[in-house]
Design a protein around this ligand. Structure first.
Ligand SMILES: CCCCC/C=C\C/C=C\C/C=C\C/C=C\C/C=C\CC/C=C/C(=O)SCCNC(=O)CCNC(=O)[C@H](O)C(C)(C)COP(=O)(O)OP(=O)(O)OC[C@H]1O[C@@H](n2cnc3c(N)ncnc32)[C@H](O)[C@@H]1OP(=O)(O)O
Ligand SMILES: Cc1cc2nc3c(=O)[nH]c(=O)nc-3n(C[C@H](O)[C@H](O)[C@H](O)COP(=O)(O)OP(=O)(O)OC[C@H]3O[C@@H](n4cnc5c(N)ncnc54)[C@H](O)[C@@H]3O)c2cc1C
Length: 627
């Protein structure tokens, strides 16, 4: 969506910094801006868009929605409510609900997590009991831990939500299914009878997303409110199971893929702020007869920041590649072909964790690289960190997802050993895992990461098998080995991230001008070399790297930093964030950081008067010994 159009919306940009608003005012201000934004947004993804258009729309929505320092209370409407209707509704349900949702006649959210369960979906306690006499479902929260807890927009914004509830028919549980539930009156916005709603309170970030709680007291909905694409309940209460119970988990896969592109965007924002500031900030005097240098000329500063540029590119390339897979698997699912779903799930379970782990760490490093001014909220680095670190947890807590990926890797490896063919992104596991001599080329290092993954997967399978041979149950063996199961998943994820980044860049390199190709391939080289040094222990253990090779890698890394330095500012300018989207005193294009810091400081309510009223009320009596 055209940023110019968004930014021209009158009243969208805050004159009072959000930091000085109350918790309640922040929410109300975010609603005001979201309504303005949506009036312009209009365009939402539709079925006949090309993959490229859908992907660009998602990315654009993320970028433009970043205009808020925090996420919007409408976020779940777009990122989960609509995708669930699309993915879980029958044609008739999609027809009806998509029109209302796309026109913003209704605002929805996705209510799955409960006070007592987030990870373990099969443990969810919200009940949907079918009553064949009235052809209704009775929604009920039997205990406090079954209250829905966390869904964005749930507290005061949404009037409908997808509720993931346990289906009971004649006393038998049929697992977790999606239900379309109206939670507030469309005219008065009052909670409907038998529905308790509220906000869960202040958080590290996401403080305008309006995360809420929802409890049901025998609330009835009609049978047609169960989204029945994947499983059905007939009028007489007959349950018709879907081809795969995990199809109800489909929205989560979609969001996990979305998160990878979101991390590319968040990291790009943070490094734009930190790198531009590093170009204008001068500090210290290493050479007595020369002026203070730009801090960007300190190699330690380049080490902190340049990898963030390369990582944003890597996440973006991996995200676009993953979107292609997502859309092709979605088309296959629509025709009942399920066999590529496990691979998509495993990929999402690797790339969502690794992109969020790296992005969160690197955004924090961008903040730290700005010294004291990075600690100012007006720099917008702390808020960016708050948004990114949330993604470590939501949409599948990272450890849990890495263990899910390990489940697929273990199955693939055991099958391979028994002679079953490997396919897709796991095909490399059949490769030679003995490295005679270190190959320091980009492709050689990427191959070494694949060898590390093969060796870690095979060795953790051996640990599992030894535990089971010693008499441990498969579950206990799995738990005992779980630290190294997640390590094996991370190694696989690293190999995917590196090889996809390189191959996607190679595809694009042919159409780039030679100077641009040179700079972008320097970033690929930096990314591969950085990670080889970060994982030098694995390289020593599995890839025959010697101390001489490490010396060579270190020198190459230093030379790459120097080679990238002249283009560093140009590389972040190329992310093309407008000042209003960066929303940062340190990252503005004009480099007037000090003036902006002072301008923002003067907006503090405390600066409205030279003497605060507490002087006369408390300080003066105190200092005069009268307290
Ligand atoms: C006005 C301005 C605004 C404008 C906005 C415009 C646009 C907005 C766009 C973007 C906004 C910007 C950024 C935001 C981007 C994203 C953020 C969106 C939302 C954030 C809010 C967060 C929401 C949530 O957190 S929703 C809740 C998420 N919860 C989870 O993810 C729970 C995680 N747990 C699980 O997934 C499962 O419990 C489990 C861990 C997978 C275990 O499941 P279980 O049933 O117990 O299975 P197992 O017994 O372990 O068996 C595993 C078995 O099943 C297969 N499997 C598992 N999952 C899947 C799956 N999803 N698909 C396919 N197969 C699956 C698995 O492979 C295994 O198979 P096997 O038996 O063969 O091995
Ligand atoms: C900002 C934010 C927004 C959110 N928005 C929504 C929303 O809109 N809708 C919604 O439904 N939910 C939402 N959530 C909830 C989110 O999906 C859950 O927090 C997430 O799924 C993790 O579940 P949990 O909180 O129960 O953590 P837990 O699963 O209790 O995790 C706690 C610890 O236990 C460990 N653990 C759990 N299970 C295992 C296991 N099997 N093996 C090993 N270790 C394990 C985890 O690794 C973690 O270290 C949101 C959460 C956040 C933070």
């Amino acid at each position: 969506m055209d940023e110019q159009k968004v930014l021209s919306i009158k009243g969208l940009l805050d004159d009072t910094p959000e930091e000085y608003l109350s918790h309640k005012e922040k929410y109300e201000n975010s609603i005001r801006k979201s309504v303005l934004f949506y009036k312009t947004l209009h365009s939402t993804e539709d079925e006949n868009m090309s993959v490229d258009e859908k992907t660009k729309l998602n990315f654009r929505n993320i970028v433009t929605s970043a205009i808020f320092k925090d996420n919007s209370p409408f976020m779940l409407h777009n990122s989960m409510f609509i995708p669930t209707i699309m993915g879980q509704g029958t044609d008739e349900q999609r027809e009806y609900w998509m029109k209302r949702a796309k026109n913003m006649e209704i605002i929805g959210t996705y209510a799955q997590t409960e006070l007592g369960h987030g990870t373990f979906i099969r443990g969810l306690e919200t009940q949907a009991t079918y009553d064949p006499d009235t052809e209704e479902f009775v929604l009920h929260s039997p205990v406090l831990s079954s209250y829905k807890w966390w869904p964005g927009g749930l507290a005061h914004t949404a009037n409908y939500c997808i509720v993931m509830a346990r289906l009971y028919i004649k006393g038998k549980s049929h697992g977790i299914h999606p239900f379309m539930v109206q939670i507030r009156d469309e005219e008065t916005h009052m909670p409907l009878p038998g529905i308790k709603l509220g906000e869960i309170g202040a958080k590290l970030g996401f403080n305008t997303v309006n995360n809420g709680f929802l409890g049901f007291e025998n609330h009835r909905i009609s049978r047609d409110r169960m989204l029945m694409k994947n499983a059905q309940v007939l009028k007489d209460g007959t349950f018709v199971a879907g081809s795969n119970s995990k199809l109800t988990y489909g929205t989560m896969v979609y969001v996990r893929v979305l998160i990878v592109s979101n991390m590319a965007n968040m990291l790009a924002k943070a490094v734009t702020i930190a790198l531009r500031y590093s170009a204008i900030r001068r500090q210290s005097q290493p050479k007595p007869d020369e002026p203070e240098p730009q801090i960007l000329d300190y190699v330690t500063q380049q080490h902190k920041l340049f990898i963030a540029i390369a990582s944003s590119h890597a996440f973006y390339m991996n995200a676009m590649w993953l979107w292609e897979i997502y859309y092709s698997v979605s088309l296959q699912l629509a025709s009942g072909k399920l066999d590529n779903l496990p691979e998509l799930h495993a990929l999402a379970c690797c790339l969502k964790p690794l992109s969020t782990i790296d992005a969160t760490a690197m955004i924090e490093k961008c903040r730290l690289a700005c010294g004291g001014h990075g600690y100012m909220l007006s720099a917008n680095l702390a808020q960016t960190y708050g948004l990114a670190t949330a993604a470590y947890t939501y949409e599948g807590e990272n450890t849990v997802l890495l263990l899910q990926a390990a489940r697929s890797l273990v199955k693939a490896w055991v099958g391979h050993v028994k002679g079953r063919p490997l396919k897709g992104t796991m095909a490399y596991l059949a490769g030679d895992s003995t490295v005679k001599a270190w190959d320091g080329s980009i492709d050689g290092i990427i191959q070494s990461f694949k060898v590390v993954a093969i060796r870690k997967i095979s060795s953790v399978v051996k640990i599992l098998q030894d535990y089971e041979k010693s008499g441990l149950s498969p579950e206990d063996a799995w738990n005992k080995a779980s630290v190294f199961l997640t390590a094996a998943s991370e190694a696989h994820g690293r190999a995917v991230l590196l090889s996809v980044y390189k191959s996607e860049m190679d595809k694009r390199a042919a159409v780039l001008s030679p100077p641009l190709r040179k700079v972008l391939l320097q970033l690929v080289d930096l990314y591969v070399t950085y990670w080889a040094l970060e994982k030098v222990g694995d390289m020593l253990l599995y890839a025959s790297i010697t101390d001489k090779d490490v010396d060579e890698l270190q020198r190459r890394y230093i030379e790459l930093l120097a080679a990238i330095r002249p283009n560093a500012v140009g590389l972040v300018d190329a992310f093309d964030f407008r000042d209003e989207i960066l929303n940062s005193t340190l990252g503005a294009y004009d480099g007037r950081a000090y003036e902006r810091l002072m301008e923002e400081a003067m907006k503090s309510p405390l600066n409205a008067e030279p003497v605060n009223q507490t002087f006369h009320k408390y300080l003066k009596p105190f200092m005069r010994g009268k307290l």
